[in-house]
Design a protein around this ligand. Structure first.
Ligand code: SAM
Length: 327
């Protein structure tokens, strides 16, 4: 038992750090797959769809010469997408040492078994660190301001405590220029909570994923409780096995407003596909990525179980308030 506020905070802090470590170790341990292994993955079409979504977001908002901050950049899977957008500078940060190492290898061009390609045309800085703990405005004082920030499939790891969720938004806000754009993809809390309420117990899923909530949420009511720290375990076949946290979107939106962001849009992945597959250039992109079916249905080449897993995610675009400098 801890009988002072100080002790309780200390313990909570330690648990939070342990979870952050668990997430980091999980991603660090995932080694690069060969092209053959990747193609044989049970979620290959979901991976392709997620790459398409990220490419569309980048193509919609990145401009030639932009300085880009990629929070939780992982192994640098988006480097090629940023190169295609002809950005001018890239800073990638990730908590997992192993992933940053792979990212450096990919950037430097050697031993990249995904494809042989020319060097990237932008300079990059790749850093290992906890984006939701560290004050990045200090670390990146010489690199700021950025025109764009991207946080793909990772912002929900900041939602373990209010302090971390705030640090994440404060970091992005401090580093973006006025009018700068923040794009991201994260689990769709509305979908996850709806599925939990429809489930018999605290677990739901299909052949490619499962979600399991802790016993403490067995009443399945989150209305009056703390919007931070709502933890579940997420398993995605051949990809993720991690503690994750619910990000209630209305709380996220109002917190983002506190840090000078306005919402441009937020869309569940199903809606995102439906909307952007109306544009020929993005249909072409989907075809090139190999995730397009006969064109009669949105789910393309995804199996029904992959398509259901895609429904667990949403993308958002936020804009930092203020007028960009004219020059
Ligand atoms: N953004 C990359 C992508 O789209 O390919 C990687 C996504 S992966 C699903 C999630 C990433 O978040 C992992 O690389 C993990 O190490 C990173 N991550 C989790 N918590 C983090 C933190 N506190 N600070 C920095 N990176 C973190």
């Amino acid at each position: 038992r801890h009988n002072s506020q100080g002790d309780a905070n200390f313990l909570e802090d330690e648990t939070t750090k342990n979870f952050a470590r668990k997430v980091a170790d999980h991603y660090s341990a995932r080694s690069n797959q060969t092209l053959e292994e990747r193609e044989a993955s049970p979620i290959i079409h979901l991976k392709k769809l997620n790459n398409w979504i990220k490419s569309v977001l980048i193509q919609l908002y990145a401009r030639r010469g932009d300085a880009v901050l990629d929070l939780a950049c992982g192994k640098g899977g988006d480097l090629i997408k940023w190169d295609k957008a002809k950005i001018g500078y890239y800073v990638g940060i990730d908590i997992a040492e192993g992933s940053i190492k792979d990212c450096r290898t990919r950037y430097n061009g050697d031993a990249d078994h995904h494809q042989r390609r020319k060097k990237f045309s932008f300079p990059a800085r790749l850093i290992c660190g906890d984006c939701y703990e560290v004050r990045l405005d200090k670390v990146l004082a010489d690199d700021a301001p950025f025109d764009m920030c991207s946080c793909q499939f990772a912002l929900h790891y900041s939602w373990s405590t209010e302090a971390r969720a705030r640090r994440a938004l404060a970091n992005v806000s401090a580093l973006l220029r006025p009018g700068g754009i923040f794009i991201g993809t994260m689990p769709d809390a509305n979908v996850i909570i709806k599925k939990l309420r429809e489930a018999e117990g605290l677990t739901f899923g299909n052949s490619v994923y499962w979600v399991r909530f802790d016993e403490e949420f067995s009443d399945k009511k989150f209305k009056s409780s703390n919007p931070f720290g709502v933890k579940y375990t997420f398993h995605l076949e051949d990809a993720v096995d991690c503690p994750e946290w619910i990000v209630p979107f209305h709380v996220f939106k109002s917190l983002a407003e506190e840090y000078d962001f306005e919402l441009v849009f937020a869309k569940n992945s199903h809606e995102f596909v439906h909307e952007y597959m109306k544009r020929p250039e993005f249909v072409d992109l989907m075809r090139r990525l190999g995730a397009l079916g006969d064109g009669n249905q949105d789910q393309g080449t995804l199996s029904s179980d992959e398509w259901e897993a895609a429904y667990l995610y949403m993308s958002f675009v936020l804009r930092k308030r203020g007028q960009p400098d004219k020059n």
